[in-house]
Design a binder for this molecule. Structure first.
Ligand SMILES: Cc1ncc(COP(=O)(O)O)c(C=O)c1O
Length: 447
């Protein structure tokens, strides 16, 4: 094949361009996903395309369950729906024994429609409506109360249904090596949580059974969990000894890091993220410290990101290339921040899907949107050309729920089974999908 001509351009190579080992961070080619050729997947299902590995999802959730079983007598994983609530993904999680953790009426309906029994649904979130609460209690789901108005609403819903449902209380903490998420739940330290619990007991309509605490997300310091578990356990122990309250579970939410790399992180995520075992070990240690010999009740984790992020990839195609005014090479992809909002958080792990020759140089990967913020990644890359495929790794969490519908429709999502079978688990949207909810009022149509 005749080599492609590119007009010569003088590029200044900075200190970040080369390291002792050669070109800094030049990505290797990644031509397949879970044993299936990228070219084949894109040809069959189009570009851009999300692909998810069933094998990786199952491996990860099994790893978490076995780490919990090794260290705790009673534990449960509740799949955090908001992370990725595609029915196929939730079905995999439930088939591995995971409960459902939901944060809205819509997610609750999704879990119920998938056949999750009410007593295996945990309902968090600060925006539950009266209708959501009635639906949850009617189905036997457990709510974690976020604020006092919700508590009053929950009592009302329970009275209306003639039920005395079991509930949990969400607490927040300070003094951890992470920013305090105090907008959710009741403060443990300033007495608000105890006040809410007393309110529940006085109301005699709800039965208080659990404490819930989600300290944040992408937490790289596993010791934050030991401190959180100790504080929550100490509080639980005091409730038992001084007030005779018996809790059936302590829920430590989600927050474990995936192997992605945050923009501000120096080392690659894979090298710095604690293992699932290390997180669980910290929780077990904190519980032992806080409970002071008492056996822990059931421990619940609502892990999201760390279970599914690494199992997804976004396959994309180069639309064209150009030089920016400052000389940097720019590559326009057919996938942007509309379907990859995590590009705002991560230095995503991006690879060409084919061998590429040439000198790597600083390259900006742009999306196809008419928005200046549509940048997928800045990285060292050898020259790619229109039609080349690019793989963005570790995109399984929060993209297929937070993606936005802006000027383009959302693409196919394909699941690859452990045996290499493939199935579309969410079909690409079309103009019909987009306009199905729209209506032109009669007075506009008349003329
Ligand atoms: C209450 C609750 N539980 C679980 C999760 C899942 O968190 P992650 O994806 O960080 O594991 C979240 C997400 O923020 C959450 O708000």
């Amino acid at each position: 094949m005749k080599p492609r001509y590119e007009r010569p351009f003088i590029v200044r190579h900075g200190v970040t361009t080369w390291s002792k080992g050669g070109a800094f961070g030049t990505p290797s080619a990644l031509s397949s996903f879970d044993g299936v050729a990228v070219a084949e997947l894109v040809e069959r299902y189009g570009s851009p395309l999300f692909v998810l590995s069933e094998r990786k999802i199952r491996e990860r959730v099994r790893e978490l369950s076995s780490e919990l079983e090794r260290r705790l007598s009673d534990s449960t994983v509740a799949w955090s729906y908001k992370t990725n609530y595609l029915d196929a993904v939730c079905t995999i999680m439930h088939s591995e024994g995971a409960w459902a953790e939901v944060v809205s009426g819509m997610e609750l309906e999704k879990a119920l429609r998938l056949g999750v029994p009410g007593h295996e649904i945990l309902f968090n979130g600060p925006g539950k409506s009266a209708a959501d609460l009635e639906r949850a209690f009617g189905a036997g789901a457990r709510i974690h109360i976020d604020h006092l108005d919700e508590l009053a609403l929950a009592e009302h819903a329970a009275a209306k249904l003639g039920l005395e449902p079991e509930v949990g209380v969400r607490v927040n903490l300070t003094g951890l090596p992470v920013a305090a998420w105090d907008r959710f739940g009741f403060s443990l330290e300033n007495g608000s949580a105890l006040h809410a619990i007393h309110r529940i007991q006085r109301g005699r309509r709800l039965r208080f059974r659990a404490l819930h605490c989600h300290i944040g997300t992408f937490i790289l310091d596993a010791d934050a969990y030991r401190l959180a578990a100790r504080k929550v356990a100490e509080f639980a122990r005091k409730l038992t000894t001084s007030e005779g309250v018996v809790l059936d579970s302590l829920d430590f939410g989600g927050g474990f890091a995936s192997h992605n790399t945050l923009h501000q992180q120096y080392l690659p995520g894979k090298e710095v993220a604690p293992s699932l075992g290390q997180y669980v070990e910290k929780i077990a240690t904190g519980l032992a410290e806080g409970l002071d010999g008492q056996p822990p009740p059931r421990v619940v984790l609502e892990t999201g990101r760390a279970l599914v992020d690494d199992a997804g990839a976004l396959l994309s195609t180069v639309v064209g290339t150009k030089r920016l005014t400052d000389g940097r090479r720019a590559v326009i992809l057919d996938a942007g921040v509309n379907i990859l909002p995590t590009a705002f958080w991560y230095r995503h792990d991006v690879h060409p899907a084919q061998e590429i020759r040439g000198i790597p140089e600083p390259t900006v990967l742009l999306g196809p949107l008419c928005m200046a913020i549509d940048v997928v990644r800045e990285m060292m890359l050898p020259p790619v050309k229109a039609g080349d495929r690019v793989v963005v790794n570790r995109v399984g969490a929060y993209n297929m729920t937070q993606w936005m519908q802006f000027i383009m429709s959302r693409p196919n999502v394909v699941l690859v089974s452990p045996h290499g079978e493939q199935a579309v688990i969410r079909h690409a949207e079309s103009l019909e999908t987009l306009t199905a909810q729209e209506q032109v009022p009669g007075w506009l149509r008349a003329s």
